[in-house]
Design a binder for this molecule. Structure first.
Ligand SMILES: [Ca+2]
Ligand SMILES: [Ca+2]
Length: 218
């Protein structure tokens, strides 16, 4: 390389790396629920699942988290573990509403970002394999049970014993345009089940390791 080109290349590289450093992110919320912190959460409750404290479990209900005083930002990143416990039926029974559809949704500031169904079955060859919407939105029904899951080997919620339905872990990661100083996260389900002695043992969900970052991209 020409002896003048190398210093020029280094200066340009340095300028580019400085430009990138303007892209800042600030963690505005982080909760693993291990210390029982339910501050700013409406309808929050904590249970033990698989050796960890989780937010939940929920059946035909949900929670509301408000985060205040966000710094200047254009984007927020939301990540959490979503546990789908036991026998969700996905898009089944959409006509008679007996066992499904089993809907789960997430809104931020009243805007819907996830509106889906989960089917928590193991597909056995030769048997009916009830589809789910996730990772697409309801009423999509083109995905097999547990599509997009991170783990499928966890025990059910009540028995805490491994069984065929068990619990499925989905890693949720959403990056959305957002600039206001306050953020309201709402997660809830609309679960359908006709025959059930104990709804929260039949099908439910919980959340862990909830983190929210405010990102400044200017
Ligand atoms: Ca935890
Ligand atoms: Ca159901």
């Amino acid at each position: 390389m020409n002896k003048f080109l190398l210093p020029a290349f280094l200066v340009i590289s340095l300028l580019l790396s400085c430009a990138k450093s303007n892209n800042t992110e600030v963690e505005v919320y982080n909760n693993d629920f291990e210390n029982g912190d339910l501050q700013n959460i409406l309808n929050g409750k904590i249970s033990r699942f698989n050796g960890s404290s989780v937010l939940g479990n929920f059946n035909n209900e949900g929670f509301n988290l408000t985060v205040n005083n966000l710094p200047s930002h254009e984007v927020v990143e939301i990540t959490f573990d979503l546990y789908i416990h036991d026998s969700w039926e996905g898009v089944q029974s959409a006509n008679d509403q007996t066992n499904g559809p089993d809907i789960w949704q997430m809104t931020i500031d009243d805007k819907l970002y996830i509106y889906t169904t989960f089917a928590n079955f193991d597909c056995i060859p030769g048997n009916f394999c009830p589809p789910q919407s996730y990772p697409a939105d309801y009423p999509a029904q083109s995905n097999n049970p547990k599509t997009g899951a991170s783990r499928t080997d966890l025990p059910g919620f009540c028995s805490q014993v491994e069984k065929s339905d068990g619990t499925t872990l989905y890693k949720i990661h959403k990056k959305i345009s957002h600039s206001s100083k306050q953020l309201e996260l709402n997660c809830l389900d609309v679960l359908k089940e006709k025959y059930q002695a104990d709804p929260k043992c039949d099908e439910s969900w919980s959340i862990d390791n909830l983190q929210i970052k405010a990102v400044n991209i200017r």
